[in-house]
Design a binder for this molecule. Structure first.
Ligand SMILES: N[C@@H](CCC(=O)N[C@@H](CS)C(=O)NCC(=O)O)C(=O)O
Length: 208
C-alpha cells in the first residue's frame, strides 16, 4: 500500500484527491505542520526538503519507493495506476506541462501573495506584485478552460488536480477575486462536485 504524508493545505490536498480519483487504498499519515512534524529526521528521510506532501510506496519489488514534490507524486501515481494522464502523447505532455505550470507559477506566486497579505499589511507593494501576477496566471487557466471542461480535454487529469486546491483557496488565502475568470469558476465548481475530489478534501479536515 502507499503511505501518504500530507496535511490540510493546497499542496497537501493534491495527493489525497489523486488517490481518491484512482480508487486505490492508501494509508493517510497526517502531519502537524505547526508542530514542525515536516522537519523531523524521520520525515526528512522521505522528503529531504522538509515539506508535505510525500509518499512511500511499499507495493513494489525491493525497497519501498519514496517520492516528494507534488508534481512528481502525481506523475508517479498516474503512471503506476494508468489513470489521470491521457494516452495520446501530445495530450499527455500537455497535462505534464500544466503540472509544471502549477509548481513553477501558481503555487509559489500565490503563496507569496497570501504571505504578504496575511503577514505584511503595511507593505501593500509586496502583496500587489504577487496578487497581480497570480491574477495573470489565473487568466492563462481561464483562456484554456474556455476551450474544454478540464485543462486537457474533457477528462480530469493531474493537470486539474494540481491546481484545484490553490484556486479553491485563492479568495480566502490570497484575497483574489475570481469573478473576472468565469471559466475558472465553472471548472472549480465542476471539480468540487466530483465525489473523489470531495473525499480527498474531507479526509484532511479535522474531525470534530
Ligand atoms: N513544491 C512543493 C511545495 C510543497 C510545500 O510548499 N508544502 C507546504 C504546505 S502547502 C509545506 O510543507 N509547508 C511547511 C513548511 O514549509 O515547513 C510541492 O509541490 O510539493
Amino acid at each position: 500500500m502507499i503511505d501518504v504524508y500530507t496535511a490540510n493545505t493546497p499542496n497537501g490536498v493534491k495527493v489525497t484527491i489523486a488517490m481518491e480519483e484512482t480508487g486505490e487504498a492508501y494509508n493517510l499519515k497526517l502531519l502537524n505542520l505547526s508542530n514542525q512534524d515536516q522537519k523531523k529526521p524521520a520525515f526528512l528521510k522521505i522528503n529531504p526538503n522538509g515539506r508535505i506532501p510525500a509518499i512511500v510506496d511499499h507495493d513494489v519489488k525491493g525497497e519501498p519507493v519514496r517520492v516528494f514534490e507534488s508534481g512528481a507524486i502525481l506523475l508517479y501515481l498516474a503512471e503506476k495506476f494508468g489513470k489521470l494522464l491521457p494516452s495520446d502523447p501530445a495530450k499527455r505532455i500537455d497535462a505534464i506541462a500544466w503540472a509544471f505550470f502549477q509548481t513553477g507559477g501558481i503555487g509559489p506566486i500565490m503563496g507569496q501573495a497570501g504571505f504578504f497579505k496575511n503577514n505584511f499589511p503595511d507593505f501593500p507593494q509586496g502583496y500587489e506584485r504577487f496578487k497581480s501576477e497570480s491574477e495573470r496566471l489565473i487568466s492563462v487557466l481561464d483562456d484554456s478552460l474556455q476551450q474544454s471542461d478540464y485543462l486537457v480535454g474533457d477528462d480530469v487529469t493531474i493537470a486539474d488536480i494540481m491546481q484545484i486546491g490553490w484556486i479553491d483557496r485563492a479568495p480566502g488565502y490570497a484575497g483574489i477575486d475570481l469573478s473576472p475568470f468565469p471559466a475558472v469558476i465553472a471548472w472549480r465548481d465542476r471539480m468540487l462536485a466530483r465525489p473523489s475530489v470531495k473525499r480527498g478534501i474531507e479526509v484532511l479536515k479535522p474531525k470534530l
